[in-house]
Design a protein around this ligand. Sequence first.
Ligand SMILES: CC(C)[C@H](C(=O)O)[C@@H](O)C(=O)O
Ligand code: SF4
Length: 478
Amino acid sequence: MANQPRTLYEKIWADHVVEQRDDGTCLIYIDRHLVHEVTSPQAFSGLRANGRAVRRPDLTLAVPDHNLPTTARRDAAGRPLPIADPESAAQLDALTRNTADFGIDYIDALAPAQGIVHVVGPEQGFTLPGTTLVCGDSHTSAHGALGALAFGIGTSEVEHVLATQTLLLGRSKTMEVRVDGTLGFGVSAKDVALAIIGKLGAAGGTGYVLEYTGSTIREMSIEGRLTIANMSIEAGARAGLVAPDETTFAYLKGRPMAPKGADWDEAVAYWRTLPSDPGAVYDAVVTIDAAEIAPLLTWGTSPEDVVPITGVVPDPDSFADPAKRDAARKSLAYMGLTAGTAMQDVGVDYVFIGSCTNSRIEDLRAAAKVADGRHVADGVTALVVPGSGLVKAQAEAEGLDHIFISAGFEWREPGCSMCLAMNPDKVPPGQRCASTSNRNFVGRQGPGARTHLVSPAMAAAAAVTGRLSDVRNLVTNS
Ligand SMILES: CC(C)[C@H](C(=O)O)[C@@H](O)C(=O)O
Ligand code: SF4
């Protein structure tokens, strides 16, 4: 059945099978491997212990992001500043040593291109359509926005890929997530991502690779697609794909690690063959009407706990499923919320604009548009953390840093920052944060921290009003 229509996932999979095993699993060739400081140290130790080399250092790229403080990295004289936390310093030193010893490309903490691994990959043109891409990090799903089959792996798999450039994998089921129509005023890719997770549930995508299709996705920038693919894992899916198109090619052309000259033309010709064939069959299909998506946010401690900003804190008793009722009760207690409270009546103490979900230039522009000419409300600490040094430089070239700083936001160095409590940027216990990141789990932003996931524009709206706010009341539709 050579001519049977195939999905994008099936095509990429078929092009990477090295060996099919009797139990149905396949040895899959891995084209790209991203490495960060948290999940790689034991993998390198394993290689050393077994006297192994990295098989394809040229297909491996390392960058520190999770542990790195986002305060100034050099003193006034330009000398590098030491990292205060000994554990972070040790992990960063280990990455520096490991990449040097094994001959791996390394964007170090002081390099202009340093940033969050999932911002850096696409930005450098390291992430390419039709490739298999892995990283010891769950949000590797982001890279699927460019049509790469990209997923997170554990540390032992990191070692396996370093040593062999392959992985033993079982096939996933496919789910089409179709979003059609025009997004309303004030509604962004983040709201689409939250709408999808709200609909699927945090486990709805388990066992599937999602493919995002439909006119809304087609019309979306790569930045927006990255936001959506990034959160695939929050719906339980291992990966999320967007078929490559002209938007993808325009984004990648000329990037430092993208193919050049005749190689580029050849690559684009291949990439054009990748989109799912008409009539290709998915194991499941979900459709969403873009016009029905409002600016959304989370109320609880799972990314599926989604409500429109015009809504209220739900009553746990309103959930049919007893497990969900119980979870909702616990969530409300943790979040310090009472059922029936209007979301817009909830005050915030912190605002975090950053993370691999929402720290690219378009995200910062959207937040700056709201911040422009306003001021962060009294008692609110607001951080803007660009996803990479290149995003930061671009934002500064556009004057966005001035807008943020004069509005009272802190303008930081790139890194994971307040997305997770692995570096000095933490939300104190009991404090509430409007955050553009992707996880609102218990303790995610610090022990006892309360997180509401929002879009960049909504985060800026919360910062300047001091409460969860409808961004549509703060910007004009022009
Ligand atoms: C630290 C890392 C392993 C982790 C992940 O896998 O995603 C982190 O990036 C996260 O977002 O929780
Ligand atoms: S920004 Fe957050 S979600 Fe992304 S890799 Fe870092 S810790 Fe994970």
